[in-house]
Structures are given as C-alpha cells and as structure tokens.
Design a protein around this ligand. Structure first.
Ligand code: SF4
Length: 425
C-alpha cells in the first residue's frame, strides 16, 4: 500500500507557540475512561472537594457497580500542614483495601491540592505497595491541573506502570492506549488475521494480564497523547513503530501497514485482510463527508488528538483546516500525521486563549473543535462547535468506527443547518 502524500506536508511548518492562559480540563478526567478499562484497579484521588465534584459530575453517579474511583479529601487542617496527611492516607487505603478485596491495582492520583502541600505520593505508593503486596500493587501519578491537559492523565497513569512491568526477551507487539474493549478486540482480530503476534495491550484489562517488556518489544501507540509512556517504554528497551494514528480508513490502514511491514506480512495477505473493512469504512465516512466537504475547521488545543484528526478531516472528509492547535507538539509521535496533513493551516502549540479567540472570530470557521468551557460562548456568537472531550469518550478508532468519527463532526453542522432553516421559516 502506498499513501498519497501531499506536495508539502506540515512537518516543517513553523509552529506558532503560545504560552498564555489555557482553558482545559485537568488530568483527573482520564480516570473516567481508565477505570472502565482496568477492571481490578481503583483510582484514589488525593485531592479536595472540587476534585471529587469534578469526577462525580464527569462520571455520573454509579448506582449498580462498586465504584472504581474515589477521593481522599484533604481537609483544611491537612492543607495547613496541621495533620500528617500520610498517616491519614495510609488509614484510608487500609480501609479501602480491606473492604474491597477485588482491587489488585491502586493508583494514588495527585491533584493541585496534594501538589501544593507537596505530599509525596511516589513515596506513599512505595510504602503502601510494601504493606499490601503481593495482592495489591500501588502506583502514583499526577492528574493535577497545574501543568496538564486532560489526556495527560492517561499518559501519566500508563507511564507510571511501565517501570513495574516484568522483563521479557520475547518478540512481541504491544498496543499502547486504553481503548474500549470492543475496539481493542477489533484491532486484535485484524492483527490475528494478519498473522501478527503475540500481541499484548497496555493497559491490560486485569492486573494478571499486564504485558512484559524488553528489547524485543515493538510497540504501536493508539493515542497521540502518550509521549511520556512512549519514553518510558523506550527506556525499557522497547522500540516504537512510527505511524499515522488509526483514525479513519486511511489512518487505520497506514497504522496496520507499519505493523505489517515490521512483522513481514505479505502484501497479498494485507490486502485480503483489510479490503472488506476498508471498503466499509470508506462507505460509512462518505455518508458524513457529504456534510463535511468544503467546510472549514478550527481546532483549539485540548485533547492532543488534533493533528491526526485534522489529517482525517482534510484527507478523508474534504474539510479545510484553518488552525490546528495542540497543547503539546511531539514530532516523534505525530510526525507521520504531519507529513500527510497538507500545508496551509496554522499549526499552534500551547494556548493563549484570548489571542486564539481573536483568530477564531476573524476566520469564522464552519466548525470549531474546543473544550466545553469555550463551546457555549462560541455557539452564542454563531459559531458551530464540537466538544473535544467527546473524542475520548466515544469509540473512534479503526475501520468500524470511522463513520462514527466523521459523524461526531458532521452532526453539529447538520444541527446548525436545521436550526438556521427553522429560523428562516
Ligand atoms: S486537580 Fe486541580 S484542576 Fe483538577 S479538579 Fe482538582 S483542583 Fe481542580
């Protein structure tokens, strides 16, 4: 398979770097999808009532299941340094683990308050792992809003697990990223049909299935926001497979092709395995491309998925990208997507929200992809918006979800067209 490359891609496009006020959710948000993925894990946020409220409102109230996340609330006396927060944390953890023998992995998740009082959760995790091993392994990572955007929560979580993965000399493929089980199963089925294996996943659904890692591990990221995890795996000797991300028919095919090439899959087998799902994906995208073609899109920096998605929307749906903002730009990770994204859009990194709002108002794109906090004000100014956070809550990877991914962008445009029509009548 060869990709139709643009005359000039965006890999060398000068990047507009901004370091001003940002409008993003914090990394605690990742717990919402991580706790669904890891079925014997518990995420214990060490934070304030604000953190607890964020989690509860983002996740909804879980009535039927035992929740797999909670907040150890730092009270004022903790914040004032009057109490030993470590003693209280140990007590909370002991209480939780005795009540919940199903928990095999416990994540202590740092927040703004825990960082402000410099509570060392890394140390606490070591101490608690010592107390509760071998039944429970305790990790720590930061989900604080001080320096993160919301998808960094998953990156920090997975990166925290990498040093504890067992070593192996086996040649294995590792898929990295917390995909919904049904989507992960589709990828595993495609790879099995290609004859690629053994394939492991990080994170695994259960602690006992966690992958091993070593110099013969090759890994493919499934999400573009996993830079720290990538680095951590490379420090363990594993090798990254650079590829466009598996969004849309083209992205999925290119991602699979990178793996197929690495594992010596013949072009005939590749074609035989991918031909039917590719055709299905193209057909399902085409339904939405009618609405999207010729429209302009502007990305605020939010999910870190912006560059691969701009590639998908411009190449497979006929849209024009005006600006593609991303919180962080790591060319080692999104370089293959930048190569495919034709030059033209402003590529911006970081945020100075007022300046970016000025730019979106002057360009008045047909669709603006942004965080929840910006969407309503922009809608009231007549701009059509898409909430970036839906892109991580909705299954969007690989062939069978390509149409749903396009639909996430076409729906707001259709809704706006209907509203305008009604207003005119
Ligand atoms: S971690 Fe920080 S930004 Fe996130 S909810 Fe808690 S206080 Fe707010």
């Amino acid at each position: 398979m060869s990709l139709d490359m643009p005359a000039k891609g965006c890999r060398d496009t000068p990047v507009l770097k901004e370091r001003g006020q940002r409008e993003v959710f914090c990394g605690l948000t990742g717990i919402i999808w991580l706790h669904r993925k890891m079925q014997d894990a518990f995420f214990l946020v060490v934070g304030s009532r604000t953190c607890a409220h964020l989690l509860q409102s983002a996740a909804g109230v879980m009535i039927f299941a035992e929740p797999r996340f909670g907040t150890a609330i730092l009270e004022e006396k903790d914040l004032a340094g009057l109490a030993d927060a470590n003693v209280e944390l140990d007590r909370e953890v002991a209480r939780l683990l005795s009540r919940r023998p199903d928990i095999r992995q416990l994540f202590l998740v740092g927040s703004c308050p825990s960082e402000v009082i410099k509570l060392d959760l890394g140390r606490a995790a070591e101490r608690l792992s010592g107390q509760h091993s071998p039944h429970v392994r305790v990790y720590s990572y930061s989900g604080s809003g001080i320096e993160t955007t919301f998808t960094q929560g998953e990156d920090a979580c997975l990166a925290a697990m990498v040093p504890a993965l067992p070593a192996t000399a086996a040649r294995e493929l590792l898929l990295v990223g917390a995909l919904p089980d049904v989507v992960e199963d589709q990828a595993l089925a495609l790879l099995a049909a290609l004859g690629v294996g053994p394939v492991r996943c990080l994170p695994a659904r259960r602690a006992g299935d966690m992958p091993s890692v070593g110099a013969n591990t090759v890994f493919a990221l499934t999400q573009p926001f996993l830079s720290d995890t990538r680095e951590a795996l490379m420090r363990r000797g594993a090798r990254a497979l650079p590829a466009p991300f598996p969004f849309g028919e083209e992205g999925t095919t290119a991602w699979l092709q990178a793996i197929a090439t690495e594992f010596g899959v013949s072009p005939e087998v590749f074609e035989a395995v991918t031909a039917a799902p590719r055709a299905r994906a193209r057909k399902s995208v085409a339904v939405h491309a009618d609405t999207l073609a010729g429209k302009s899109v502007f990305f605020f920096p939010d999910s870190q998925m912006e560059i691969p998605l701009a590639r998908f929307l411009t190449r497979e749906c006929g849209m024009t990208a005006v600006e593609v903002g991303t919180p962080y730009l790591n060319r080692d990770v999104v370089g293959p997507d930048l190569d495919l994204l034709a030059e033209g859009p402003v590529i911006s990194e970081g945020q100075d929200v007022d300046l970016q709002l000025d730019r979106v108002r002057s360009s008045r794109p047909d669709l603006t992809v942004c965080g929840l906090g910006l969407a309503n004000p922009l809608e009231s100014e007549g701009l059509t918006t898409k909430w970036a956070i839906e892109l991580v809550f909705t299954p969007v990877h690989f062939y069978e979800q390509a149409g749903d991914l396009a639909g996430l962008f076409s729906r707001p445009l259709r809704r706006r067209a209907l509203l305008s029509q009604e207003a005119a009548e």
